[in-house]
Ligand binder design. Structure first.
Ligand code: UDP
Length: 251
């Protein structure tokens, strides 16, 4: 583990992206803004602006958005609901978030396609890998909805899966803070930020970056994970160009 150091440079030039094709994972909670539930329109629009700035750099961007701002299968299952049904409800929540993000991106002129792992053809396209690749090659932001389409999974794992299927150079995980810390920096002033970690560091120390299945999948496919501050202005471009502050996880 390498601890706090100045922002790292993946490239020397601020305008040159370090990656060609990325999968950006945004948690459902990131869309809540100051609220404690649901979709906060101003926040969705702000994130859309960030993504639009990344698209302008010429980077092919795809998104997986979680659903935790609306519904989490596990919580309902703990209250007695059958887990698989609760998880399907969670996946449907991600479709709502995907449509909100599509709307915000298109309102600023970014072309998008929503592709769902659960077919709902009057709402969006079904997920077809080769078609998704084609959309990305054409510069469209592809928003992968409904997670992996399977219960007992999370959208973190779905993000790792789609990143591998799309041949992404990196999985970018947007968070409230600027990387992975040794403790919660909001409550512990001594928490130190890691500049880089290995997949094994994350797995062995049970660091809560993404769930273990997602870490294993990215490790097997040698896809680095960049944990960056989505809540900060310029966070997406900073992570794409290597000029911002973030933690990189690789072998
Ligand atoms: N979910 C699922 N399979 C998947 C992805 C998601 O069953 O492949 C369900 C699961 O119930 C989960 C919910 O969808 O709780 C919302 O996703 P997640 O909790 O990963 O969202 P986030 O924490 O990123 O907002």
């Amino acid at each position: 583990m390498t601890q706090t150091a100045p922002a790292q440079n993946l490239t020397a030039d601020a305008a040159v992206p370090a990656f060609k094709r990325v999968l950006l994972k945004i948690s459902g909670e990131a869309l809540m803004g100051p609220e404690s539930f649901g979709i906060h329109q101003d926040t969705v629009e702000r994130i859309a602006q960030e993504i639009g700035a990344g698209v302008e750099l010429g980077v092919q961007i795809s998104l997986v958005i979680g659903g935790g701002n609306i519904f989490r299968g596990l919580s309902m299952a703990e209250n007695g609901m059958e887990r698989a049904s609760a998880d399907y409800m969670g996946m449907l929540a991600t479709v709502m978030n995907a449509l909100a993000m599509q709307n915000a991106l298109e309102s600023i002129g970014v072309q998008t396609r929503v592709m769902s792992a659960i077919e709902m053809t009057s709402v969006c396209e079904p997920y077809i890998r080769r078609r998704a690749l084609r959309h990305m090659e054409k510069g469209r932001v592809v928003i992968f909805a409904a997670g992996s389409g399977n219960p007992f999974f999370t959208t973190d794992t779905a993000a790792a899966l789609r990143a591998a299927e799309m041949g992404c150079d990196v999985l970018m995980k947007g968070t409230q803070v600027d990387g992975v810390y040794s403790a919660d920096p909001k409550t512990n002033p001594d928490a130190e930020r890691y500049e880089s970690l290995t997949y094994m560091d994350v797995l062995k120390n049970d660091l809560r970056v993404m769930d273990q299945a997602a870490i294993s999948l990215t490790r097997e496919n040698a896809i680095p994970i960049v944990v960056f501050p989505l809540a900060e202005e310029g966070g997406v471009v900073g992570a794409l160009t290597g000029q911002g502050t973030f933690t990189i996880i690789k072998d």
